[in-house]
Design a protein around this ligand. Structure first.
Ligand SMILES: Cc1ncc(C[n+]2csc(CCOP(=O)(O)OP(=O)(O)O)c2C)c(N)n1
Ligand SMILES: [Mg+2]
Length: 910
């Protein structure tokens, strides 16, 4: 028995009427069959929605187009000219890849992705995507990475690129004879703003990142609008997604946010070619149906474009619902097969088994059956879908377009499992492509005599080019284009914002996290810069003590606060508002990172520089969303990442999956990320102030450095000292002398500390002086990474200038002014200080926290990892012994004094 639980929870106020309705349904099923019953029910549901009855929408609909033919709008373009444009683009995109792979060092590239999606892009370029030439930022378009050749081919047709450029596809290093190779002007394999800063705006290709980034970009646009920072009403976000790409958890992971926040400025185009790299996406199922249910369930507007126009008349004659039934029950693996088999096979297997179906296509030849198009190749249907998408209000839209992978490339490509990887075409295959694209006039057989197939482009004054350029002019200029043109300058904060941190905390013990929160508050309060600061937190504000900011600056909520918060009577209540400043993202580091990226690239994408600060649990940053951080670096993001609760031993009690002793290693893998591990509040302030000035000089984005910052913050309290004079430069460079050695008679030593290891360094210095008579000077190492980068540059210069006086790396120069063996101590892995080992002028020994974290008191953990004061004393003494300055007896004493076990397993080995 089937029971709809909800209906049975309610009283039936008229059982006779209920029976009448149910009996009628039974009669329809008996007499006219289930197809008719389904039809009637669908009409009833549609009607009830029209009448505002409030019936829930079903999550799936039959396997047909969402927009019926009679609802398709008038197509305003020139059909024939647009077909020509597509033919030229298809040709040049293919030839560009084929030429790149003709040479001995075949360099790769992809043919089939764009071949399946050419019409999807072209309808956008000719009718929808808005450029920037009117001085407005226009649309954001996320392009499937492997479709890049098609985008270059269009830029070529638009005369933005020429043949020489196309021949530099995937060749990005210039190696002029006898000169050093330099970063060249080649075309990047995929959309990489880092490599082509005047062209690409939105990096994609690492599957799943484009989709989530696009959602948060659309949300960020609404944020700017609601906070009255920028008018974003005329900017739409488009994202092209592969159907294989949806299996990445990031792809669908944030779609409910898009519906919840009613992002009607967002359109996804899902290229359902039913294939990924190795084979079918859902051979035994139907990816379009699966996705429809997911998106409708999440609250999106779903537009399916499954069938091309030629199917309309067949469906119109489907009185028994047999065609619909066949469409519904055929799995994707079979549809893929129909894409490669001849018409006779389709007649036999798709239409054949049912005589009513067979009769339906009797008037069609095998050739016509073979060419019954899929919706994603039907320009008219696509135009209708895009128009409906942009006219939809209150919800995001996804267009599910069914296509064939490798479409038009011929038998060897279309629908083949290996098609993604095929990069070469024979002369014969190229001639077939030419014929298929009707390019015989411009590509006579003689064009194929040479080994390299030619590019073809109509002259600038030809009707095709004129039309193409006119369309783009009408839509405000070419895309993609990246430019840094500041529309709304950012005035940096007054020095007063930093003053509190420079002055220290007096007698109060505070953590660097608390100090940073005060700085963030001061920046938000700054008259000039305040509104441009974007604090981003994924459900961890209370952990970091940042909840104090909620009330003062408000949490951004698209619909305001529809309830009175439980803590409304408290000073620090949970305040949500439409113009709230804080992005409290909930438990999604990926989402928070995407928001950060949108704000951190705003100086370029919108000409509105912003200062985003994303504070996360340091363990869940680089480790959790490292690929998104890398993509942000690609996008030339500028801003601050804050790894709070840092340190393997400082975050006490949490353990293995929380205690971070390696994010300072991971962050160094991103070339443009400046990584700092400050110990003091003033260091934090110096780094942030310097960073803002570097990224946004003169209040703008032009001339600024395309770098971002990673700072680790701790939750251990100590008195924050005032800033000593003259240290700012050293803080930024990565190292400075914090304290001279005490005046004692014995030998000298140097200890470098970072972050929370400061405490151990001070205690060790005191013991070394008092007990062993060793005078230890203390240095604060704010960034080993910065020291290393500088040293590598110097090292290279010296290598290339053997006759010149060698230059000294900064780190060596600084440390040559210190005395005795040098011991570094950090709450991160030893690899962090080891970064400078090569350039340290004397004996060097780092102490750090290698191995898994575990829970205990800070004291116990620091002993366990051998980064506490006794371990430091021991190490300094041991270095002095090795140097021959003292005798081993002092070491024996220290081992006994501190009770250090000398035998037993190495604690950090797993
Ligand atoms: C994170 C990640 N994993 C793997 C790949 C390698 N890869 C490149 S394209 C591709 C298949 C893409 O299939 P689909 O998303 O359906 O795109 P299509 O080319 O079919 O349009 C794969 C696995 C990648 N680029 N990124
Ligand atoms: Mg695919």
């Amino acid at each position: 028995m089937i029971i709809d639980g909800f209906a049975h929870q309610l009283p039936d106020i008229d059982p006779a009427e209920t029976s009448e309705w149910l009996d009628s349904l039974g009669a329809v099923v008996d007499q006219r069959g289930p197809a008719r019953a389904r039809y009637l029910l669908a009409r009833l549901l549609e009607r009830s929605r029209e009448l505002g009855v409030g019936t829930p929408a079903s999550v799936s609909t039959p396997y047909v187009n969402t927009i019926p033919p009679e609802e398709e709008p008038w197509f305003p373009g020139d059909w024939e000219l647009e077909r020509h444009i597509r033919a030229y683009i298809r040709w040049n995109a293919a030839v560009m890849v084929v030429r790149a792979n003709k040479t001995a060092d075949a360099i790769g590239g992809h043919l089939s992705t764009f071949a399946s999606s050419a019409a999807l892009y072209e309808v956008g370029f000719n009718h929808f995507f808005r450029g920037k030439e009117d001085g407005r930022p226009g649309d954001a378009v996320y392009i499937q990475g492997h479709a890049a050749p098609g985008i270059y081919a269009r830029a070529y047709l638009e005369h933005r690129l020429d043949e020489a450029d196309l021949d530099r596809f995937r060749r990005e290093v210039d190696t002029p004879d006898g000169e050093q190779p330099t970063a060249g002007r080649g075309l990047s394999s995929y959309p990489h703003p880092r490599l082509m800063p005047d062209f690409w705006e939105y990096p994609t290709v690492s599957m799943g990142l484009g989709p989530i980034l696009s959602i948060y970009q659309a949300r960020y646009n609404k944020y700017l609008q609601n906070r009255r920072i920028d008018d974003t009403d005329d900017s739409r976000v488009w994202c092209f997604v592969g159907d294989g790409e949806v299996d990445e958890p990031e792809t669908l992971g944030a779609i409910s946010l898009a519906a919840r926040e009613q992002l009607d400025n967002l359109t996804w185009v899902l290229n359902c070619n039913l294939q990924r790299l190795d084979g079918p996406v859902r051979g035994n199922g139907k990816v379009i149906q699966e996705l429809e249910a997911i998106f409708r369930g999440a609250g999106w507007n779903v537009i399916k474009v499954v069938w091309g126009g030629a199917w309309d008349e067949l469906l119109a004659r489907d009185v028994d619902g047999v065609l619909l039934n066949k469409m519904n029950t055929t799995v994707d693996g079979e549809f893929q097969r129909y894409a490669i088999e001849p018409g006779s096979y389709i007649r036999e297997h798709f239409f054949g088994p049912d005589p009513r179906l067979r009769a339906m296509v009797e008037h069609l030849s095998d050739h016509e059956l073979e060419n019954l198009p899929r919706g994603g190749h039907d320009y008219h249907k696509l135009y209708a879908a895009y128009r409906a998408a942009v006219e939809t209000e209150g919800m995001p839209t996804v267009i599910l377009a069914k296509t064939i992978k490798g479409w038009t490339l011929g038998k060897g490509f279309e629908g083949r499992n290996a098609t993604h990887q095929i990069k070469k075409m024979t002369a014969q295959q190229l001639m077939e492509l030419r014929d298929r694209l009707h390019l015989t006039d411009v590509l006579p057989d003689s064009a194929f005599d040479s080994d390299m197939p030619p590019y073809v482009r109509p002259p600038i004054d030809s009707p095709v080019t004129k039309y193409l350029l006119d369309r783009r002019r009408e839509l405000d200029g070419p895309l993609p284009t990246r430019e840094v043109r500041v529309r709304r300058p950012l005035a940096l904060a007054e020095d007063t914002a930093y003053k509190e941190l420079f002055e220290g905390s007096g007698t109060q013990a505070v953590s660097t996290t608390v100090a940073f929160t005060r700085l963030l508050r001061n920046l938000c309060r700054d008259d000039r810069m305040g509104p441009r600061v974007v604090p981003i937190i994924p459900d961890e504000a209370r952990t970091f003590g940042m909840d104090a900011l909620f009330r003062e600056f408000g949490i951004y909520a698209a619909h305001g606060q529809l309830y009175e918060p439980v803590d409304h009577d408290l000073l620090l209540s949970y305040k949500e508002s439409t113009d709230g400043q804080i992005l409290e993202e909930g438990i999604t580091e990926a989402g928070a990172m995407s928001s950060w990226t949108a704000a951190a690239t705003s100086y370029a994408t919108r000409g509105v520089p912003m200062a985003p600060f994303f504070a996360f649990y340091s363990m869940f940053g680089f480790q959790r969303v490292g690929d998104l951080i890398y993509a942000a670096a690609d996008a030339r993001a500028r801003g601050f990442l804050l790894g709070a609760t840092a340190g393997r031993t400082t975050l006490l009690g949490e353990g293995l999956q929380h205690a971070d002793g390696h994010s300072q290693v991971l962050s160094t893998t991103v070339p443009v990320c400046r990584s700092y591990d400050p110990a003091f509040a003033f260091e934090t302030a110096v780094i942030v102030r310097d960073g803002l000035a570097r990224m946004y000089p003169d209040g703008g984005g032009e001339g600024g450095e395309d770098v971002f910052y990673y700072l680790t913050l701790y939750n251990e309290n100590h008195v924050m000292p005032p800033m000593p004079p003259g240290v700012e430069k050293g803080v930024v460079e990565g190292l400075y002398r914090w304290a001279e050695a005490p005046e004692v008679k014995g030998p000298r030593a140097t200890v470098l500390f970072s972050g929370s290891a400061y405490g151990a360094a001070v205690a060790a210095r005191d013991d070394l002086a008092e007990i062993y008579g060793v005078g230890t000077e203390l240095w604060s190492a704010t960034s080993y990474q910065q020291l290393r980068m500088q040293a590598l540059e110097v090292e290279r210069w010296n290598r290339l200038h053997p006759r010149a006086t060698p230059r000294t790396p900064l780190v060596a120069e600084k440390l040559s002014g210190s005395q005795g063996p040098i011991v570094a101590v950090t709450d991160f892995m030893r690899m962090v200080p080891d970064q400078i080992a090569r350039w340290v002028p004397r004996r060097f020994m780092p102490l750090g926290t290698d191995g898994f974290g575990r829970s205990d008191t800070r004291e116990a953990l620091r002993r366990y990892f051998e980064v506490d004061a006794p371990s430091l004393v021991l190490t300094v003494l041991s270095e002095l012994v090795a140097e021959g300055t003292i005798v081993p007896a002092a070491l024996d004493d220290a081992i006994a004094r501190y009770g250090v076990p000398v035998d037993g397993p190495v604690p950090w080995h797993g």
